[in-house]
Design a protein around this ligand. Structure first.
Ligand code: SF4
Length: 368
């Protein structure tokens, strides 16, 4: 059985061509699946009856099923989705006044083992299929519409989700082909029609794949930086040992040439007395001197058995001040959905703790 959520426009066209159908059938079907969010082929009333019946025999629309659906006091909504073999992934909806953002997962678990990450501690299970990635967007739009979401853009006929961030579980560039196909469906006018500026991919820094993304499907870019030098980043983000900062920043500059936005967003998780001192801020300023960028400072969201603590508000504000005084844009991420464990990987981690790694003890660096 073909899952229609797996097919990008080219694959949908090929699928119908094999069946002796005209290319416009592919467009019609894409619109049914992604515009109208149909969950059954039988609903596709403008397909000829014979075409529809034949399609219903061979194809279905199958998104991951919902294990848990929780809404926080601030409106953040999180779906825990079953992807088989006791694996669960998460999709998180973050409502704001002018947009609805969905944080999408790309892998069940993650192999990169960043020291501060709940998902990394669960180990790697597998890559998500295209249908499992795009199914998160399809499902979130359907669920929000079914619940009668009130948002001005929905009243004008747009989907509830206006922005996508590939920042959920997994390293998107480690599942390159499926992620790029899913991005193409997000961007296609016969599917979700999102602009490249409204789709952001976040990577921990797989340099060759970042170059490939710039050629294949440039969208807005966020990079998980988290440290101002290689010694500390080697410990916090182990992929840095393979692709150190100089290589990563050079790749960012190459990417910006092709990207829809002329800057990179650097994410920087604030770990108390590990990477949040004034000397780290000053080192960071020197490091990114030549890279057009913005900083997103993220208060660490603790999870069971972590060795890290959240930086105090005072330390975060002092860090932000140093960056701003140097002319950098630095915002502090608002903590959302705390009452439903909305930080990446926390809920799936409760469902299945696959921790097989020994937690490494990271000594505080240059404690204040
Ligand atoms: S921060 Fe991202 S890349 Fe690192 S372990 Fe977590 S999910 Fe993987």
């Amino acid at each position: 059985m073909i899952n229609l959520l797996d097919l990008d426009p080219a694959a949908m066209t090929a699928f119908f061509a094999e069946r002796g159908e005209k290319p416009f059938r592919a467009k019609q079907t894409l619109r049914w699946v992604h515009h109208r969010l149909a969950d059954r082929v039988e609903l596709m009333s403008d397909l000829a009856k014979a075409t529809r019946e034949a399609l219903a025999r061979d194809a279905e629309i199958r998104a991951p099923s919902v294990v848990r659906d929780s809404t926080a006091a601030d409106g953040t909504r999180k779906w825990l989705l079953d992807v088989g073999n006791a694996n669960a992934i998460e999709a998180v909806y973050i409502p704001e006044t002018d947009r609805g953002t969905l944080c999408v997962s790309s892998q069940a678990g993650c192999a990169l083992d960043c020291a501060f990450c709940s998902t990394g501690k669960q180990g790697f299970n597998r890559n998500l299929s295209v249908g499992e990635i795009i199914g998160q967007l399809w499902h979130a739009n359907r669920a929000l519409l079914a619940d009668g979401i009130a948002a001005p853009w929905v009243e004008h006929g747009r989907h509830p989700i206006t922005n996508v961030v590939m920042m959920g579980m997994g390293e998107p560039l480690a599942n390159f082909d499926n992620v790029v196909t899913a991005l193409e469906i997000m961007l296609d006018d016969n599917a979700y029609g999102l602009s490249r500026r409204r789709v952001t991919l976040s990577t921990s820094g797989l340099v060759p794949a970042l170059d490939r993304l710039g050629d294949a499907c440039p969208v807005a870019l966020a990079v998980s930086l988290h440290a101002p030098n290689d010694a500390l980043r080697d410990r916090l983000v182990p992929i840095n040992r393979k692709y150190p900062l100089a290589e990563l920043l050079a790749a960012c500059l190459r990417y910006i040439e092709k990207a829809p936005r002329d800057f990179v967003t650097f994410e920087y998780v604030m770990l108390d007395h590990v990477n949040d001192g004034p000397e780290h801020a000053r080192e960071l300023i020197a490091l990114v001197r030549d890279v057009p960028c913005k900083f997103n400072l993220i208060p660490f969201n603790p999870f069971p058995n972590t060795e890290f603590k959240t930086s105090s508000r005072t330390r975060i504000l002092a860090f932000q001040r140093i960056l701003r005084d140097a002319g950098l844009i630095a915002t502090i991420r608002k903590t959302r959905g705390e009452d439903i464990d909305a930080a990446c990987g926390q809920l799936a981690g409760q469902v299945q703790d696959r921790t097989r790694r020994t937690l490494r003890r990271i000594q505080p660096v240059a404690a204040q």
